[in-house]
Design a protein around this ligand. Structure first.
Ligand code: SF4
Length: 348
């Protein structure tokens, strides 16, 4: 029943997996130039997820589109970031939803059966509104995440345990099912990927950092609250104020942290003035670079706690530290409980 174009639209169905299996691509062969287009498209899928939260469908070349899906899955696993896993699964599932909305009803039923849905076509046009009837257990499994009143079971038209659905509603419920399925696929570990794929994974990490920095800045208050600094940053901050030397990673962690919580480049540069070897031009360039105002225009975020621990920057921990993995996550948590104090470093 499914054409190659269908497999490109719905790359999670068993027929698409079989198509890829028959290609017999070996992981260590992925470095070969013949697979460059597939790798490009796989990387593009993830970029679309990061940037637009929606993965498009390129149906004109199914030979690239279909295998690019499992390779994108591998790359997302290699990114080892729970945020991108969720975002990628959502973006792929949204892409599926858009295809399903315009799909033949019979194909929707075939796709739904992959998830053990008890779904039937309403063929006689008796309702005039609805296209499918779905067993209420399948409906509840996928519909409880929606807040809108129309998704409450009490507000649905039902007959003998089946809920009546329009094509759009069935597609939306399937989106949830597909998202969970993809999240499951991402919940594995990969020990080895060829260097050319890891290079792409690193590029995606940079894109994530750039975007992640933006997301994080948006959710933080405009004023800097030093009472919410994590212990590591507090130590670095106190050291710099008293003119003590900081390691390279200490400088980077402090600068990127302060920039990400809203401190201006100017104020951060001023913090370094007490150093005996202070070089304003060089310091300003480095701070602007971390802030994404110079060079590759990437705004950097501080390293994770495990990296800071490895380099001896994690000086002590408290209750919040035990529940987070990143200094910015500490800051966000602590903000909820501290009284806000605006830092004006240049006057201290
Ligand atoms: S656990 Fe993380 S936030 Fe806490 S002090 Fe260590 S590096 Fe900083």
């Amino acid at each position: 029943m499914f054409t190659k174009s269908d497999l490109a639209k719905y790359p999670f169905i068993p027929e698409a997996s079989k198509f890829v299996k028959d290609l017999d691509i070996k992981i260590d062969e992925l470095a070969n130039p013949e697979y460059r287009s597939v790798l490009n498209r796989a990387q593009e899928r993830i970029e679309e997820a990061i940037q637009d939260a929606l993965v498009s469908r390129k149906l004109h070349n199914y030979g690239i589109e279909i295998p690019s899906f499992p390779i994108a899955i591998m790359m997302v696993v290699a990114l080892a970031n729970s945020y991108i896993k969720k975002r990628y699964a959502l973006a792929e599932a949204k892409g599926v939803y858009h295809q399903l909305e315009a799909e033949d009803s019979e194909k929707i039923i075939e796709i739904a059966k992959n998830f053990d849905w008890n779904i039937k076509l309403i063929e006689d046009g008796s309702t005039g509104i609805y296209d499918f009837s779905l067993h209420f257990t399948n409906f509840l499994k996928n519909g409880t995440v929606f807040r809108d009143e129309k998704w409450k079971l009490v507000n649905r038209v039902m007959l003998q345990g089946d809920v009546f659905l329009t094509k759009s509603e069935a597609s939306r419920l399937l989106q949830e099912e597909v998202q969970r399925y993809i999240e499951g696929k991402l919940n594995v570990k990969i020990d080895f990927l060829p260097p050319n794929i890891m290079e792409r994974v690193e590029q995606l990490k940079q894109l994530l950092i750039e975007k992640g920095g933006k997301f994080r800045s948006e959710s933080l208050p405009k004023t800097v609250v030093n009472a919410a600094f994590p212990p590591c940053i507090r130590e670095l901050y106190d050291n710099i104020k008293s003119g003590h030397h900081l390691s390279h990673i200490g400088r980077f962690a402090l600068t990127s942290f302060l920039i990400n919580i809203g401190m201006t480049v100017e104020t951060v540069v001023d913090l370094f003035r007490s150093f005996s070897d202070f070089d304003e031009r060089m310091t300003r360039y480095q701070v602007e670079h971390i802030a994404g105002e110079k060079g590759g225009r990437t705004k950097y975020i501080p390293p994770r706690c495990d990296t800071l621990r490895t380099h001896g920057v994690c000086v002590s921990t408290d209750n919040i530290c035990r529940r987070i993995h990143h200094p910015l996550a500490y800051y966000r948590r602590k903000l909820r409980s501290v009284k806000k104090v605006v830092i004006k470093p240049q006057k201290e």
